[in-house]
Design a protein around this ligand. Sequence first.
Ligand code: NAD
Length: 313
Amino acid sequence: MGRFDGRGAIITGGALGIGGGCARRIAAEGARVLIVDINEEAADGNVKGIRDAGGVAEFMVGDVAQESVAAEMVETAISSFGRLDLLVQNAYGGGADSAGSAVEIKPESWHRGMDLLVGALYLGAKFGVPAMEESGVDPNFEETPWEGGGRRHGVPPAQNVGRIVNMSSVHGILNAPRSMIYEAGKAAVIGLTRQMAVDFGPLGITVNAIAPGHIVTERGESMWDEVGNDAGFRLFELHYPVRRTGIPEDIANAVAFLCSNEASFITGQVLAVDGGMTIQLQENIVMDTKNYIAANPDLRTHFDNTEGDTSRW
Ligand SMILES: NC(=O)c1ccc[n+]([C@@H]2O[C@H](COP(=O)([O-])OP(=O)(O)OC[C@H]3O[C@@H](n4cnc5c(N)ncnc54)[C@H](O)[C@@H]3O)[C@@H](O)[C@H]2O)c1
């Protein structure tokens, strides 16, 4: 039996990249998966791949920042799968004018960014949590009486009713210059996750966040192909104690664990899946990589396609 046999799952932004990997992994472990994405062609492609591999999946096209889409995705999961157990809130697509400090960004960019980075996660929970509650514990879950090491009295606590995993970022923990919308949004995801964990823990629903490091996705790959080179990519890898950057499967592994019954005592946490990048002292990294940069003057990274400096000298 798969860990998620019989469960209904929604993965936002599940067509490509990290969400694409999460959808494939959760479906491979038995869940019926609804991908919600604005990219119809890619969503269709991922669904076909999952079905070819023997999984159950479908997709819905929609912008998850819209209240009507959040409501519809939950209705669709319930009507298609009969239940909702897992909600992975991952969709984000940047925006043409999303870079800049508070002085530089436009109010409309701020509102649009926050609606997707933060508002969509609120909406997903607003409609998803009541549906999880109504679905109850999935029928394949073997409820063993909870005795709390012999000290438990009264009614057993609700467990394994639902799982929410919100995608934050290492940018929610550490701040890059001139990235007001993304950094504030991803930090807010951590606050929102903690709040939801407190609110929904008593219902048997856990809520956690993942903070990925640099993950090379299909889109990231083409950005690197466009403006980066091998020496530049190696520079990125040198920032990671494990000396590599991530792939969507690295994040999917962590998401699957947080969605599993084994993780029922973990809630409100932010798990950095970043090869140790955020535990290092920044000033040492800069000094350690100084010689490498000097020895590789032709290195190019995908940052080189941004207009102007990302920081001030
Ligand atoms: N790739 C990384 O290095 C990295 C690092 C840290 C955090 N993240 C976070 O992980 C998540 C996924 O990033 P990714 O790199 O896989 O991105 P991606 O661009 O490869 O994939 C994002 C998916 O979300 C979809 N999407 C975008 N806007 C949407 C919307 N409004 N409604 C529904 N779907 C929408 C896209 O069509 C796409 O399929 C994001 O929240 C991102 O901030 C990524």
